[in-house]
Ligand binder design. Sequence first.
Ligand code: BGC
Length: 781
Amino acid sequence: MRKLPKKQSIFLPDEWSVIEEEFEPKNNFMLETIFTVANGYLGLRGNLDEDFPDKSQSFKATYINGFYEEYDITYPEGGYGFAKRGEAMVNVADVKTFEITIEDEKFNLFSGKIDKYIRKLDMRSGTLVRKIIWESNSGKKIYIVFERLACFKRQHLGAINIKIKPLNFSGRIKIVSKIDGNSSNLLETEDVRVGSGIEKFPFETIKAYCDELNGFLMQKTKKSRLSYGCMVDHVLSFDGFFCKSFADKEKNLVIFEIEFDAKKDMEYSLTKYFSYFTQRDVEENLIEERCAGEILEAKKIGVENLLKEQREFLESFWENADVVVKGDPEIQQAIRFSLFSLLQSTGRNGISNIAAKGLTGEGYGGHYFWDSEIYVMPFFIYTYPEIARMLLIHRYNLLDAARQRAKELHHRGALYPWRTIAGKECSAYFPAGTAQYHINADIVYAIKKYFEATDDFNFIKNYGAEIVFESARFYADLGHFSEEKDGKFCIFCVTGPDEYTALVDNNAYTNYMVQMNLEFAARLYNLLKETDKEAFERLCNKLKLSEQEIDLWQKIADNMYLPYNAKLKIIPQDDSFIYKKRLDLSKIPEDQFPLLLHWHYLDIYRYQVCKQPDVLLLIYLLREKFTYEDLKNNYEYYEPITTHDSSLSPAIFSILAVELNLLEKAYEYFRYTARMDLDDLNDNTKDGIHAACMGGAWQAIVFGFGGMRTNKDRLSFAPKLPEDIEYLSFKIKYMGNVLKVEITKSIASYTLLEGENIQLSHYSSNFELKRGQTKEFILAN
Ligand code: BGC
């Protein structure tokens, strides 16, 4: 068994904020990720406002969700169907760095003296605030406050407010503000999980101008040929300043030099508004106009009102989504940080999704994976279904690309890319990429869960069903009925979720999930046929669906090969897994983890060793198909050989451990999941947050300690609190109802806040709640 990493936190466990109390340069890289402010569209990495001098410990970045550059994937030994052209999220123009000069001395925390310092990411106000009292080498003291936000309600808009107060002098202050279009991207690194093949500077600047305090820069990517524009404007709270601005297209810069005479004890405030639009949002020739519209509106509203709007938006978010944990303040902070980060990361416009690292860094090239559907989406389905819907619509918008990919691989239907931004398969290593054919079923699973939780038939008939059918068609073509396996339907040469085992036959996870896809497809076909003739006919015509095809899907589902080993009483991960040598993880030195960075894949594939749960994930997702004994036997079999080298791993172990009454262990896995980024437990937070892990933290609360299951005709709960948690509460949206669940060591209570009535169960007791009603149950110790 592998020991899970633990670290002392550098943050105080504030319930609603993440606070840096002392400027500590050695934490800079990781803090840039933690202090990101983003709104699902625009991501401003938490770089220092005045810049960080040591470039080896800093990465300055601004991202737009879904905005990408392409690159050629080159293989010295290529092969047919290999992904040829990748897409990577690009770092766009920077607007958040300022040079501030007090008389002749530059404000910079590496010189002079810091008298007071605080940086705070406030999860209720949605802002990053720094407050500093700084004394220059010549003894001039200023109080300076920076406040940054990416507006949740206005996805294309952000603002930075700077307040400066001279504390012991009167003198000249100069602020240089920019649109700096020289942002660079991370190139491929030793760590295969970081960087991409795009050029360091992938843009040509096509426009740059300024007019006093206003300026605009427009750039176009060299390969994907996508433009974006960035407009800024400045509003000063005082008169008598002097502004010199200039734009240089060749240098990719727009610069504003603002100077004024500051008087002792007076406060001077500057607000910089910025707006970004891309050619993925609007026609290229409208970008400038749309940026200008956004800026004009922002200036009219003013920064105070934008801050108010931001707070209101978050108030309503927390009202639905908050999880309250008492007993371990670090967990309270971590769970809120996770939910806040998910909100910050998630695209809501149908052309973007949730990158594995959110909008905080370039790990995994800014790609979208199954992380979205299996790890993050449950949080949105049960708290903010409108966002879950948009994420699924984004998948729908990639359906044509998925059809193309299936065709390229000589298959029918559609095959979603393992990792992508705009629809192309971007995985250069096919054994842990394209071979993860389960991606289709993962998307279908999310559609099914979304539908079951919302009854959104409109979504199903306009988007969901088409994905489900095309995916079913693909799988029916991927496998075959094998005589040697008693005529059962088998699927050969695939990779399941566990990336330490690749290109195997009959991966259990894949086979079961394909069965789910086919059954769901048949169910939707019948549902449409019975309830919406028009939609039914439209889809049948569009996809050329026939009753025979549906019969075939049902036949495959009924005859799917579902592996089981009676001797070991477990589900073998695939046909060959159990015959391999089991790796004793306790004998592997800690510095060898993650194995993928220190061992050749062939060496890894040869053993019974898992990066992450595979059979156990299957048992969790399709819980109704397995008995308690199945869960116990498989948990005991797979846990000792799981490295948790993927951050997606521990949450699932936590959830299953609760059901097995291993509460201490469950809590340890949960803690590892919840504190992953705040405590930099995998030493790579600098490359970006672990979004799937954050979604896993929510699932560990709700499905783990809350014991929620959604598989029957009712929501069921089997709550159990670990030693360290005294009280837990969360809300669930289900079929238009809002349910509040509160759990203490001795009582579980359920209150229906919205909706007419809801059918629930607490352990084996079924009950109904009407609006406003609460029902309590005593929890046995
Ligand atoms: C995991 C994948 C995951 C990817 C992105 C990998 O380490 O093995 O399951 O999709 O990271 O988070």
